[in-house]
Every structure is written in C-alpha cells, then in structure tokens.
Design a protein around this ligand. Structure first.
Ligand code: PEP
Ligand code: MN
Length: 337
C-alpha cells in the first residue's frame, strides 16, 4: 500500500502518518518526490485497512500497490531517481559512461586505462578487485591491493569508482574504497548481501542475473530500498539463451519496460551482454537509443594480455569513437553527455 501525501503536507503531517503506520507494527518508507511525498508500507501479510490513514491531515490518497515490488515502482515515485555516484549523477538528463578494465591487474594497467578512459570522456571508472570467476583456478582479482589501486586511480583521474562486492564479509572493506558497489549477475539473488548493502549509505549497481526476469531484478532492488538504500542503479547485462553467436543475449527491450514501471535508473553493459569486442559499439548505440541512462564498458589497452574478459574489452581508441557517437546520438533523444 502507498499513502500519497498532499503537495502542501507538512513535515509534521508526514511524521504523524509514519507514526500511525509503525503503530500497526508495519514499516513506513517515506519517498520524497518533486511534487509530493509518498509513504510506502511494508511488513503487512494481508491487506492494510486504508481507513486507518485516509483521514489523517495531509493525506491525498491511499492506493493499493498491485505489483509485488513497491518502493521501486513508479506508483511509489513518479519522477526518475537520480543517483549521485561520488558527485556524478546517474539517471538524469546526462548519460553516464562507466568504463575501465574487467579486473584491476596492476597499478600500471589500472592507471594507464584510467588515463585513457578519462581522456575519452568517461564519467566513472570501473574495475574489479574481487572477481566472480566460473573456475576456481582463474584469476580471482587482487583483493585489498586492487582496492588500494582503485583509490589511486580515483586520485589521479578524478573519476569516482565502481567495483564489485562478492560477499557480506567484504562489504565494509569494499565500501571504504568504492563510490558505488556493484552486485554481479551471479549475486543478484544473494539476499543476505542485498540486505547488508541496503543498510549501507553508498550507491549500489545491481546487475540482472543470468536468467532473471525483470520482476526478479526489481524484487532484488526492492531488498535494497526496503532496508533504506534508495541509491540503486539497475544494469541490463544480457541473459542466457540458446544462441551461440554472442556470450549472452542483450535484452534491450528491458530498458523501456523498466523505465515504465520503475523510477530507478538503468544502464546497459554491452561488454558482458555480447562478449565480443566488435559488438560493443553497435549495441551501445542501440542502448542509448532505447533510453538507457548510461553504459558500462570494459576497456583494456592490451586485451590479448588481459587476465579476464579480454575478448570483449574494447581498445581505448574504440572508446573514443563510442563517446563521439554517443555525443552525437544523445541530443536526438533529449539527453546530453
Ligand atoms: C563484471 O562486471 O566484470 C562482471 C563480472 O559482470 P557480470 O556480473 O554481469 O557477469
Ligand atoms: Mn568482466
């Protein structure tokens, strides 16, 4: 259920509604919007009696939420959410481009790529210190040392950093260095990790699971919001299908669908979505055209020597071309870069 407050409702009106929700043993989640505040109610097993709130001062309407997700829905908040990642807005008019290597391999590698993506015009840097690898014998990332390197990349380039957190044990450590914590496809339904990140006051980039529906993606995001973290960026990174011409099938129809039903920003990762360097630029153009709020792109200056995901890493000059194309495409759909 959602309690929509009048645009003229006072802070005291909102507090009174929150108190009465709590008085019923339920949780209240005030969601401030540009025009009015909505208060989401969770914790109820059956229907909540609207009559308990309808006549409180400042209440405009009480509406049942039909979708299984509540706080992430457009019913809860009409305006787009804009998440600030270290001061860089994601979800507003300006497109975000998160670029960098799959994994932090060394200080020299991370800095070289950092300088190049910065020069190309990327707005955020990415790089994994803890890597989720299919084989236990593959490079697992540099761990803490990788995070320290990320700190140096940020200091030198000025770009806020996005990096993956694999488990609850390392949340505090990763949060010390990251401006935004990435939850990978394999962890989209790691509910204890989501709950823990929901209590953190740092943005989270939540990737769609390998075979997750959009409803499942939104319910995973709901875990974060239900714990109080509203700074969530969704990411479409492709799903498993029967095809073998690409690593995954990038589901671009997910973008307009999510935009209609949720206020959260969503970015597209054509690197994991295709697994092929030569497909990254065409799918980036398409992602921008369908309304993505940004792109997540793997870049490597020596992809043949990369310790993970070399075949999908684009070269720095390709990122420059991608940025140039995006700059020209953006105004067509009312965006900037
Ligand atoms: C990554 O971003 O490097 C990564 C491992 O992504 P995903 O979780 O989408 O496979
Ligand atoms: Mn990768």
């Amino acid at each position: 259920m959602l309690i929509v407050m009048d645009s003229a409702a006072s802070a005291e009106d909102i507090r009174r509604v929150v108190e009465s929700v709590r008085g019923l043993g339920l949780q209240a989640h005030p969601i401030p919007g540009a025009q009015r505040t909505a208060i989401g109610i969770t914790g109820n097993r059956g229907a909540v009696d609207a009559g308990a709130f309808e006549n409180l001062p400042g209440v405009a309407e009480v509406i049942p939420v039909s979708a299984p997700y509540k706080l992430v829905s457009r019913e809860a908040k009409r305006e787009n959410t804009v998440v600030s990642v270290g001061g860089v807005p994601v979800g507003g008019e300006r497109l975000a481009v998160v670029a960098g290597p799959c994994a932090i391999e060394s200080e020299a590698q991370a800095l070289e790529i950092g300088r190049q993506v910065r020069a190309a015009g990327a707005t955020l840097y990415r790089g994994g210190a803890f890597k989720p690898r299919t084989s236990p014998y593959s490079f697992q990332g540099l761990g803490r040392e990788g995070l320290e390197i990320l700190g140096r990349v940020r200091a030198e380039t000025g770009l806020p950093v996005v990096t993956e957190v694999l488990d609850t044990e390392t949340v505090d450590l990763v949060a010390e260095y990251a401006d935004c914590l990435q939850v990978g496809a394999r962890n989209m339904q790691n509910f204890s990790l989501l709950r823990r990140l929901g209590r953190l006051r740092k943005p989270v980039l939540l990737k769609r699971g390998m075979s997750a529906t959009i409803e499942e993606l939104l319910l995973s995001a709901e875990y974060l919001l239900a714990e109080g973290n509203y700074d969530v960026i969704l990411c479409e990174r492709g799903v498993r299908t029967f095809v073998d011409h690409t690593r995954n099938t990038l589901d671009l129809s997910a973008i307009p669908y999510v935009k209609r039903i949720s206020h959260l920003p969503i970015v597209v990762d054509p690197s994991h979505g295709t697994g092929k360097r030569d497909k990254v630029l065409p799918l980036s153009r398409a992602a921008i055209a369908v309304g993505a709020d940004g792109l997540l792109i793997e870049v490597h200056h020596q992809p043949e020597a990369a310790l993970s995901d070399g075949p999908q890493a684009i070269l720095p000059e390709m990122l420059r071309q991608l940025m140039d194309e995006t700059r020209r495409l953006a105004p067509v759909i009312g965006r900037t870069i």
